[in-house]
Design a protein around this ligand. Structure first.
Ligand code: BMX
Ligand code: ZN
Length: 296
C-alpha cells in the first residue's frame, strides 16, 4: 500500500480573480495545474463547484487549500468582501472534506505563499520575513523568528488593512484609507478609471504610464509610496529582514525597482531588501501543499 506521504497533494488556490488547482509531489514539483475565473457570486458552494470542475478526486495523500480571506478553524470569512464576496464563516474545510473525502489543510493565500517563499524561495535563510502579494487585494504573510504567523483568529499579516491614507475612502473591511484602497490592483483600476476618464483595469494604468501618461505615472507612484511606507511600518513592528513581492501587480515590469528606489527615501533604519518572489503564481499552491505535508 502507498503511504499518504508518497502520494501527491491536491493543492487549491482560491483568489479574488482566479482559482487554481494542481498536484504537488515531492515538496515542490507541480503537475496538472489548472485555472478558472473565481465565481464572484457570494456563494461559497459556487467556489466548490468551480474547484470540482478543475480537480480530479482520488489518488491524493492530502488536500491543501490556500484562500484569500480570513481562515479561522477551517471557516472562511472575507475581511474585504470586495476582494472576494462570500458568506461569513463559510465552512470551507468541511465542504471540501465532503467533496474530496479527506479533511483539508486550509490557510490564507498570502500566509501560504509566505511559507513557500520562506522555505524554498526568496525568504530562504532569513528568520523574519514578509511576503506581499499585490493583486486583486494586498495580502501579506509573515514569518517571525522562523514561524509562520496566522494568529488566533487568522488575521495575522493583513497589512493591506493598515491605514495608509487618513480620511481616505471606505475599505470593504470597514476602515477608511486602508493600504488596499490605495495600492491594490482593484485600487489602481478604480483610480485609473476615475482620473483617466475611461474604464480601465490595472494593467491599462501600467501601459499608460509606460507611454508617458503623467496621470497614470502619478497613480502608480502613489501606490508605490503607500506600499513602501507599509513596509517601514512593518519593519518598525517586527524588524523584517527581507520583503518578497508577488502578485500580478507586484510582478509588473519595473514595479519592484520602483519600490526599491522609493525605499531609498526612507530613513536608513527602516530600509530592507525588496526582492521578487520566486515561486511566482504557484507560491500559494506550493505553500499550502507544504503545510499539509507537515501535518501528514
Ligand atoms: C484581502 C484579503 C486577504 C488576502 C488579500 C489578497 C479578503 C477576501 N482577502 O486583503 O485575506 O490575502 O486580499 O488576496 O478579505 P488576493 O485575492 O488578491 O490574492
Ligand atoms: Zn481595509
Amino acid at each position: 500500500m502507498t503511504a499518504a506521504s508518497d502520494l501527491p497533494v491536491l493543492a487549491i488556490d482560491i483568489g479574488g480573480t482566479k482559482i487554481a488547482t494542481a498536484e504537488v509531489s515531492g515538496g515542490s514539483s507541480i503537475a496538472n495545474r489548472r485555472q478558472a475565473p473565481t465565481p464572484r457570486t457570494g456563494r461559497g458552494d459556487d467556489l466548490i463547484a468551480a474547484i470540482a470542475e478543475l480537480a480530479q478526486d482520488g489518488g491524493f495523500g492530502a488536500v491543501a487549500v490556500a484562500t484569500t480571506g480570513i481562515v479561522r478553524d477551517g471557516a472562511l470569512t472575507a475581511l474585504n468582501p470586495q476582494t472576494l464576496p462570500i458568506e461569513d464563516g463559510y465552512p470551507l474545510a468541511s465542504v471540501i472534506e465532503r467533496a474530496f473525502g479527506m479533511p483539508p489543510l486550509v490557510v490564507n493565500d498570502a500566509q501560504a505563499a509566505a511559507w513557500a517563499e520562506y522555505t524554498l524561495g526568496a525568504g530562504k535563510g532569513f528568520r523574519n520575513f514578509a511576503f506581499f502579494t499585490v493583486s486583486t487585494g494586498i495580502g501579506c504573510g509573515l514569518v517571525v523568528d522562523g514561524r509562520l504567523q496566522s494568529g488566533a483568529t487568522g488575521l495575522a499579516g493583513h497589512v493591506g488593512h493598515t491605514r495608509s491614507e487618513p480620511g481616505g475612502i471606505l475599505c470593504g473591511c470597514g476602515r477608511r484609507g486602508c493600504l488596499e484602497t490605495v495600492a491594490s490592483g482593484t485600487a489602481l483600476a478604480r483610480l485609473g478609471s476615475e482620473r483617466l476618464g475611461r474604464k480601465v483595469a490595472a494593467p491599462d494604468v501600467f501601459s499608460a504610464a509606460a507611454k508617458g501618461n503623467g496621470v497614470a505615472t502619478k497613480i502608480i507612484a502613489g501606490a508605490v509610496d503607500a506600499l513602501v511606507n507599509g513596509f517601514a511600518d512593518l519593519t518598525a513592528s517586527v524588524d523584517v529582514d527581507c520583503f518578497a513581492i508577488g502578485g500580478g501587480v507586484g510582478l509588473a515590469p519595473g514595479y519592484i525597482e520602483a519600490l526599491r528606489v522609493r525605499s531609498l527615501d526612507l530613513p536608513q533604519v527602516y530600509r530592507r531588501p525588496i526582492v521578487a518572489a520566486q515561486a511566482g503564481a504557484d507560491a500559494g499552491l506550493l505553500g499550502a501543499a507544504m503545510l499539509a505535508r507537515l501535518r501528514i
